[in-house]
Every structure is written in C-alpha cells, then in structure tokens.
Design a protein around this ligand. Structure first.
Ligand code: SF4
Length: 355
C-alpha cells in the first residue's frame, strides 16, 4: 500500500493530465479570467449548472462589465438580470459586496481567502476558487463536485456537512491541491466532478483515478457522499379512550379547529391511563377497561405513541351530549365525519373485534 503522500501525488497528477485532454477550456469566464469575471461566475455556479449559467453570465457581463458598473446599478436592475436563475440572495449579496469593495477598496477584489470570505455571499470554497482561478495563487476549493470525488475516491464516510467530516475533507483537499498550477488543478477537479464523477451515474471507465478509487474497489459508490443523518424525532404519548356503549356506539370528541387534526373527530384523551376523561366523568364504567397495544403515529415533527383503552360504559347524561363537541359514532354504520387517521384505524379494529 502506498503512503498517503504518494497517493495524493498520484491523484493530483492524474487529474492534471486528464484535464489536458478532457477538461473544459471554453467556458466564458475562462476567457479573460479577471477576478471580477471569475467571482461573478463562481456565485452564479453555486447552485446552478454550467449550461444554465452561461447565457445569464453573458447577459450579466454585457450589462455590468465591471465591478463599478455593478456597484452603481440599482438592486432592481441587478435582480432583473438574475431573474430565472433562482436563489436571489446570491444576487443581492454580490451587489452588496461590489458596493462595499468599490466604496472601501477602490473596487479591488482581494487576493486572499480570509479577506474574500468576509464579503457577503463568499464562503471559503468560493474564496479559494477566486484566488486560484483569477489570482492564480495557491488556494483550495471544496464545492459539491469536489466533495463527491474526494469522498468516493478516498472512501470518506459520513455526511460532508458534519463538522468532523468537513474538516477531514478540507485537510484532504488541501493535501491534494498543488502549489504550482493551482488554477489548472482547481478547474480540473471541478470538471471531473461535474462531468465524470456525477451524482447518479459516474462514468468510472472514463475517470483518471479509477485505479485509486476506494468506493469503486469496494462496490460502494452509492454510499458516498454520506447522507444527512435523519433527525431522531421526539416521542410524545397519549391515551385514547374508546368508550363503547350498549348500542355499539363509540364516543368521539371534536378536536379544536387549530392544532393537530384540527376540527376532526377523535377519542377523548388523557395523559394517564388511570385517568378518565374529565369532561365525561358522569359516564359509568361497566366493566374492566382493556388496554390495547400501543399504536405509533408519526407527524413531521414527532412520533405520537397512542395507548388505546377500550371501556364499556353507560349512557352519558343529556347535558354532556347536548354539546356538539360529542358524537356517538355507530360502529356498524359508519357515518361520514372527518376522522384522524389512527382513530379511523382503531374504529375499524374495534368494529372487527366486537363482530
Ligand atoms: Fe468517481 Fe468512479 Fe472516478 Fe471513483 S472511479 S472517483 S466513483 S468516477
């Protein structure tokens, strides 16, 4: 097994060689790559693919050929030239940063990552791309394309946005970025991710680092990059009382108009299985209550563990039933009312159980 430094060197030289024959060299921002032109392209490319960006970029450059013209424009005009490209905060930040640079720095775009990263809308990777591609100085990028190539080739597991994984990827990206020809390598690694090591169908036979790629070797390409871990949902619990009278009817309560299951019919609930629903204490319990297995219902923000309790009861007083908050639901002749999903399920089970 080769040492990591040798592996890194091999990777870098393979990617650089590949770029000579397969890299993209005719992109509009590669012609006359001034810091301003590269900056605008990097911002447009942040969430958008190259082919979509090209016509927008050309129109934008015709209208705002320099940082000064951009700084002088009104926000409306800038947004107008961004219309259809989406993620408009990018345009607002770009405009604001241009005004800031013109006002405080004579319109000169910084040539180091730290100063660039202080400007609105420029993160560490975008700053690295501007320094490498426009200023032609050593700097590292780690955009989505690069993350995909590196996680696969070096089998870096875990979600790339997780701080531990991110740190590992930045260290790897820095170790791979050459001090000479940084601009070529930067374009090459972006191109490799965008055209060969694509998200769903990587073209491994055309890849220059096939021999090194650990994901390919272990047939686990689809595991990289790792997905965002699903957030563990909190669990809440409730007790639903299925109060059943001698006419084979079950008592339902209308829920308040807002909140979960707003306006739907549900069983009376209590937090505690030993408690009887307070509003209907006048019902007489005719036998031992029966606890049913817990039923889990999942909302987008939490799981609700429902403990159903079946209880045979006497009639309720007329006073209680006068209110349109209560309904005796006939189990053998279901009526058309809005039911919360688990309530519907429990009513069906109950109907079967008493058949
Ligand atoms: Fe991506 Fe395939 Fe190349 Fe590995 S061999 S880096 S999976 S294209």
């Amino acid at each position: 097994m080769n040492k990591p430094a040798t592996q890194h060197h091999l990777f870098t030289s393979k990617v650089l060689d590949w770029f000579q024959t397969h890299g993209r060299k005719d992109l509009p921002w590669q012609q006359n790559p001034t810091p301003y032109r590269v900056w605008v392209s990097e911002i447009m490319l942040q969430q958008t693919q190259v082919n979509t960006v090209i016509p927008y970029y050309q129109r934008f450059m015709e209208r705002f050929p320099s940082i000064e013209t951009l700084a002088q424009a009104t926000p409306d005009v800038v947004l107008h030239h961004w219309t259809g490209l989406g993620y408009y905060a990018r345009a607002r930040n770009l405009h604001q940063a241009a005004r800031q640079l013109v006002a405080d720095h004579n319109g000169i775009i910084p040539n180091n990552v730290d100063q660039l990263s202080e400007l609105p809308g420029i993160g560490r990777s975008t700053a690295g791309a501007i320094v490498a591609l426009a200023h032609r100085q050593p700097a590292t990028i780690l955009d989505g394309n690069v993350k995909r190539v590196l996680t696969r080739c070096f089998a870096v597991s875990g979600w790339p946005e997780q701080s531990k994984v991110k740190k590992q990827l930045w260290e790897l990206a820095e170790a791979l970025t050459p001090h000479k020809n940084t601009n070529v390598y930067t374009q090459a690694i972006m191109d490799l991710g965008a055209t060969v090591c694509t998200r769903s169908k990587p073209d491994c036979p055309a890849c220059p680092v096939t021999v090194q790629c650990l994901a390919l070797k272990s047939h686990s390409i689809s595991h990289y990059p790792g997905r965002k871990p699903a957030k563990a949902l909190p669990v809440k619990a409730t007790v639903m009382h299925m109060l059943h009278n001698c006419h084979n009817q079950v008592l339902l309560e209308k829920r308040p108009p807002s909140g979960i299951w707003g306006g739907l019919w549900s069983f009376p609930e209590t937090p505690d299985p030993e408690e009887f629903p307070a509003a209907i204490v006048c019902a007489r319990e005719l036998n031992e209550s029966q606890r049913w297995p817990t039923l889990r219902h999942t909302f987008s923000h939490y799981h609700l563990d429902i403990m159903p309790i079946h209880q045979q009861v006497d009639e309720l007083s007329d006073k209680v039933m006068e209110s349109d908050r209560w309904l005796w639901y006939p189990l053998d002749q279901p009526v058309e009312v809005g039911l919360a999903a688990p309530v519907k399920q429990l009513l069906q089970r109950l109907a079967q159980a008493v058949r």
